[in-house]
Structure formats: C-alpha cells, structure tokens
Design a binder for this molecule. Structure first.
Ligand code: NAP
Length: 303
C-alpha cells in the first residue's frame, strides 16, 4: 500500500499546482513537507498568501511562492505562461488540480466558454501547452491531471461543446472531467510520438470532503444539509487522504504515463491508491484527437 512517506526527499524538485483551497492545500503542504519547491498557481493573492502563511507556521523551511493564475481567463493563463517562461529555467511537475464544480446554472468564462469547460479543461489545456518548454527542461517531467468518477457520465457533442443548447450541471461537469482524462492520455501519446519526454498521468481523489463539495451540497435545500451530516462523512475522506492519488501520480515511479489512479475501496470513493478503470469512451483515440484539435482552435494555443 502506497503511503505519502514513499515520496521520500523531494528537495530540488519544482512543482506547479493549480488551485489554492480544497485538495490543493493538502497537495501543496505534503509536497512542501517533503522538501519540494511549490509554485501555487491561484487566482486570489489573498487566499494564496493566507495558505502559504499557514503552511509556513508549521513548516518554516517550506519553499512556497504564489503566481496569479485565473484559468477562466485565457489572458491570465497567457500572462502566467509568459512570466514563467521568462523567470524560470524549468518545471519538474505540473499538477492540474483546480476546477469549478458547483455550477447549477450555465455560466461563462471571460472568453465566453461554458464556465466549467473553459476553466477545467481549456484553461489547463492552454496552461500545459504553454509550460511545455519549461517541463521539457525538467528532470523526469510529469503532468498530473485531476479527473473524476464523474467522467463516466460525460460525452462530447462536438456541435455543442459549450453546452449552449442543453446544460445539465452534472453532465456538463462530467464532460470537463472526461476532457481532462482524455487530454492526459492524448498528451502522453503526443509526448511519445514527438519525444517530449513528458510522463502524463491522470488521477482522481474519490470523494473528498472539500469546500467544493459542501458548496454543491448547499445548493440542495434541506437534503444537502442532511447528507452533509450523514452520508457524506461516511462515504468521503478528508482532503489529506484524498490528495494521495494525486501525490502518487506526481511522484511515484509506479504511476505510468497514460495511467489513471485513484482510491481502491468503497467503489473508488476512498481508501488506498491504485489503478482506476476509465470509461471505454475515455480510451477513444479518435475522440481525443478531435478534442485536442478543437481545444487548439478554441484557445488559440498549440504546440
Ligand atoms: N472533492 C471531490 O470529491 C472531488 C471528486 C472528484 C474529482 N475532484 C477533482 O479534484 C480537484 C480538486 O477538487 P476540490 O474538491 O479541491 O475542489 P474545490 O474545493 O472546489 O477547490 C477548487 C480549487 O480550484 C480553484 N479554482 C476554481 N476556479 C479557478 C480559476 N478560474 N482559476 C484558478 N483556480 C480556480 C479554486 O480556487 P479559489 O480558491 O480561487 O476559488 C480552488 O482552489 C478538481 O479538479 C475536482 O474536479 C474532486
């Protein structure tokens, strides 16, 4: 059974993690506790500053910094990428963790994409491609992408990628997580073909008791409150445990390129980390290629 202690000493390795709260804070603190340098890529300097301050009270030697990144704004992604390419000489691991989960009504990003698709998939797509030159200068570079069991309810209607004609919250979210998983696999295939030397791994946390989950429950009157007090604590695990699959994907030699990892117990909701089964649709290389091409067109970013 893999444990975070198995990560060993990560000093000298530089990680970029998207997101500040929820799983991100557990991922960032555990990496820092193992000596890694972590760049926190989040949209709020106040929340990022508070997180860094909080971690530093427990880990005075932590090597943490913040750079502003709003994944719902391609201009912000571009600014982040340009500054990183200017200031840094390499990145070893990029963890694409941030996401919008609790959108009940269709919203849009600054660029007019459906908010979850634009943030969770297109923002990370543009970010990853923009950081490829730095990743290629890293040592054993990796990209970890956070999918979800919800990918199984997603499917693509390429005529309505932005869910303009039909918006169902969980299906739209599931679609973004399917896109994330297919992107991770396609990135590995392209790295293999083009010799980029990147290991691309997907992970999911199972069911994690994070703010995003409680925000979602808050949208369901009464039942959401009852579930939050009963079923949710039973079926979910704390962020520190839920972060393990991401940390495994980011650091373990046993996490292989193109693989997908998550908790093994309670139908994948919690428990020790191991291989996860993707939906058959997620293995479709023809769809993954098409999604990549569409994502290039929509973001204007390509390799
Ligand atoms: N929790 C679960 O049970 C569960 C299950 C399956 C998969 N996942 C996946 O695990 C990952 C982490 O989930 P979580 O539970 O930690 O979510 P969360 O508690 O809702 O946190 C989401 C994080 O994403 C950031 N974020 C949202 N929009 C952003 C934007 N436009 N630009 C930059 N950052 C943005 C948020 O930053 P702010 O602080 O600025 O809002 C926050 O740090 C997500 O990819 C999610 O899909 C979670």
């Amino acid at each position: 059974m893999w444990k975070t202690e198995d990560m060993g000493d990560l000093s000298g390795r530089r990680f970029v993690v998207t997101g500040v709260s929820g799983l991100a804070s557990a991922i960032i603190e555990t990496l820092a506790a193992h000596g890694a340098e972590v760049i926190v890529a989040g949209r709020s300097p106040i929340r990022a500053g508070a997180l860094i301050h909080d971690i530093e009270t427990r880990l005075p030697d932590a090597r943490l910094s913040h750079r502003i990144l709003d994944l719902g704004d391609l201009g912000s992604v571009q600014t982040f990428v340009e500054a990183a390419n200017r200031d840094l000489d390499h990145i070893d691991v990029l963890i694409n963790n941030a996401a919008v989960m609790a959108e009940l009504k269709r919203g849009e990003t600054k660029d007019g994409f459906e908010k979850m698709f634009g943030t969770n998939h297109l923002g990370h797509f543009a970010l990853t491609l923009g950081l490829l030159p730095l990743l290629r200068k890293g040592t054993n570079p990796r990209v970890v992408s956070l999918a979800s069991g919800a990918h199984k309810i997603g499917e693509f209607d390429f005529g309505d990628l932005q869910s303009t004609n039909k918006f169902k919250p969980m299906v739209a979210y599931g679609k973004t997580k399917l896109a994330t998983l297919m992107f991770a696999k396609e990135l590995q295939r392209r790295s293999d073909v083009n010799g980029w030397g990147i290991t691309s791994v997907a992970a999911h946390p199972g069911f994690a008791r994070t703010q995003g989950v409680y925000d979602r429950l808050d949208t369901i009157p009464v039942l959401g409150w009852i579930a939050g007090k009963t079923v949710v604590p039973l079926l979910s695990h704390v962020p520190e445990k839920a972060a393990e699959s991401t940390l495994f994907a980011a650091t373990s030699p046993d996490a292989t390129g193109g693989g997908y990892y998550g908790p093994q117990s309670w139908r994948g909701l919690k428990g020790p980390v191991g291989p996860s089964e993707p939906a058959n649709y997620a293995e479709r290389e023809d769809i993954a290629t098409r999604l990549w091409d569409e994502s290039e067109k929509l973001t204007g970013v390509s390799v």
